[in-house]
Write a protein that binds this ligand. Structure first.
Ligand code: FAD
Length: 572
């Protein structure tokens, strides 16, 4: 097959002759790890006998990229898998290794919880830690919610309460300090939207064009209820204000994290930096099984086949940082390419690559955006007695979400002479421009507002991690621009990550992990759902509500309507 270089690279200045090409060998024998979990083997054998591709290049070493590699190496095929990442450490948005200002410790890219429905990640952790999740994850604990006026709410450990139908359990057991029962009751019409939004393509089309704030206004939710429950939830869950966030993304997220069952909001945290505790052993397992990592290496462009169907044949990379110990610029042979990157990275790649931008499917990615996150970790000289180790906060900066964690407790640091407190800010582009010193002062001020006992404590070191454009921004209308698991225009291109359109309704580490398996399934022609632990079925009252609404909608169609109506149609 004749191959020629087509307009390589994202930058016009890229000098092809200076690229030292190397080809990844394919002869290496892979050792296949057997899953320890019976759930992992719940699905049947591959549905096609077509030989799978040999050289698989995965761009991005976050949850999604590693998950794809993990699922691929466990197949019985002789694959050469290479993961390329621009960063010097694996992990993507859960990366660690950010040195503190005084260099005494290392921070990470914010705190990341593991909620009750993370069945697939829990499955992986069982495999990595011989079934002992407690080795790396904290137990469940009550969580607090603060505003500048003090404690606003306490979320109990729902699994420790008597089981009630989902929705009712959360309403009865969550303790709101200042919100009147009338304001809370105004949230009831939201149940209609949850029944109508069934996560189908049709539901996405309808609800994605509406902002979550508009939906709440139309449903008659009180301003206080919106400001004090829903807006903080969207700012800390989807990292954008409700007015700038798709109602579909918000409903999908709220259902997965809060309403799927009474226990859905129960969360565990990593007992140390996720990079060190989870990703390091995971990388070790992958490397043992032949997966090759090329870190500090940025993908800059692609070479495509002339004759074939435009498939990508080579991935063009360069060292992403002068100080990094990266290889020289390189070209990696590829039979399949998995993009395991976020929306902002897809956007950048398409803008710089004529090979991608000739397809409308890829051009749409230039509409995708990320939103900024600021993660701060304060090392104090005294020990604080924090009432709750994990807290959501609101009202500190307009349009910015905030969380506060007692790292000393979550990481179970004993005999500490001072507390380590993490304060993270979401949708925080306007804070990222401040100097480190200003940021540390602000975080300490906010901590002092939450906990008066910290006022006499001094910050002796701090980590300031800026993540501009980092997290996918599910703005209204963005769903139509998001990739599906397999490209419709370039046949050997696949996508995974929490930007991918998939029915797995969370926007999270779990979603990134699940879509990694989905991409591997497509590459290996396996059945959809192979190796994926599905969500539990809806509870009977939820299924009934959805059934009744669906029946009413189909009756309307019988009555001559062009298409099924939805709640959205009645609101606008
Ligand atoms: C502060 C914060 C708190 C969060 N809290 C939670 C939480 O509590 N629970 C939860 O489940 N989720 C949480 N999330 C979301 C979660 O971190 C993400 O959903 C998940 O990590 C996404 O993983 P990913 O693999 O899809 O993408 P990413 O982690 O974004 O990985 C993409 C990788 O691609 C690499 N890359 C991009 N462009 C290129 C290129 N050109 N060449 C080479 N490499 C490239 C990047 O360096 C990056 O490593 C949080 C996120 C943040 C930032």
């Amino acid at each position: 097959m004749k191959l020629s270089t087509l307009l390589i690279g994202f930058t016009a200045a890229l000098n092809i002759s200076s690229i030292k090409a190397f080809t990844i060998g394919t002869s290496q024998q892979l050792h296949h790890h057997q899953s320890t979990s019976s759930r992992q083997n719940a699905h049947s054998k591959p549905i096609s006998n077509e030989p799978p591709p040999k050289n698989i290049v995965i761009i991005g070493a976050g949850w999604a990229g590693l998950s794809a590699a993990h699922s691929l190496f466990k197949s019985d095929h002789n694959l050469q898998i290479t993961i390329v990442d621009a960063a010097p450490r694996v992990g993507g948005l859960v990366r660690d290794g950010f040195p503190t200002v005084n260099g005494t410790s290392q921070g990470e890219a914010g705190q990341h919880g593991f909620w009750d429905n993370y069945h697939n990640i829990f499955n992986l952790l069982e495999e990595l830690f011989d079934g002992n999740l407690d080795k790396v994850l904290s137990g469940y604990a009550e969580q607090g919610q603060y505003s500048p006026r003090g404690l606003e709410a306490v979320w109990p450990v729902y699994r420790n309460q008597k089981k009630l139908p989902t929705g009712l359990g959360q309403a009865v057991y969550t303790k709101f300090v200042n919100l009147s029962p009338l304001d809370r009751a105004s949230a009831l019409p939201m149940a209609l939207a949850f029944s109508d939004f069934d996560d189908s393509e049709k539901a996405w089309e309808k609800y994605d064009n509406v902002s979550f704030r508009d939906l709440c206004i139309k449903l008659g939710i009180s301003k206080k209820c919106y400001d004090e429950i829903f807006e903080p939830m969207i700012l800390t869950g989807l990292f954008a204000p409700g007015a700038e966030c798709s109602a579909a993304a918000a409903l999908g997220m709220a259902y997965f994290f809060v309403l799927k069952s009474q226990n859905s909001f129960d969360v565990r945290w990593c007992k140390g930096n996720i990079g060190k505790l989870i990703f390091d052993p995971w990388v070790e397992l992958l490397e043992k099984n032949g997966v090759e990592f090329q870190l500090s290496t940025k993908v800059k462009g692609f070479e495509c086949s002339d004759y074939d169907d435009g498939r990508i044949t080579k991935v063009v990379c360069s060292a992403s940082s002068e100080t990094a110990k990266a290889r020289d610029d390189c070209i990696i042979e590829a039979d399949s390419v998995i993009f395991a990157v976020g929306g902002a990275a897809l956007n950048t790649m398409v803008r710089g690559s004529p090979e991608l931008s000739k397809y409308s499917e890829f051009r749409k990615f230039s509409n995708l955006r990320g939103t900024g996150v600021l993660a701060t970790r304060l090392y104090l000289n005294t020990v604080l007695d924090t009432p709750y180790s994990a807290n959501a906060c609101w009202g500190f900066d307009e349009g910015i979400g905030m969380t506060m964690f007692d790292i000393t407790k979550l990481h179970e640091v004993s005999n500490s002479t001072g507390s380590v407190i993490e304060i993270d800010y979401y949708h925080a582009a306007s804070l990222l421009v401040m100097s480190d010193e200003q940021i540390v002062q602000k975080a300490k001020r906010d901590l002092d507002t939450i906990l008066s006992q910290s006022r006499n404590a001094h910050v002796i070191d701090a980590a300031v991690v800026r993540l501009p454009q980092a997290v996918n921004w599910y703005s209204p209308g963005s769903y139509a621009n998001m990739p599906k698991v397999q490209s419709a225009s370039i046949p050997n291109v696949y996508f995974c990550g929490d930007i991918v359109r998939s029915r797995h309704g969370s926007w999270s580490q779990e979603k990134a992990y699940v879509t990694g398996i989905e991409a591997a399934n497509k590459i290996l022609n396996r059945k959809d759902g192979f190796g994926i632990v599905p969500l539990n079925a809806d509870e009977p009252h939820v299924a009934l509500g959805r059934g009744v609404l669906a029946a009413a909608k189909s009756l309307a169609v019988l009555g001559g309507a062009k298409r099924e109506p939805s709640i959205v149609d009645f609101l606008w």
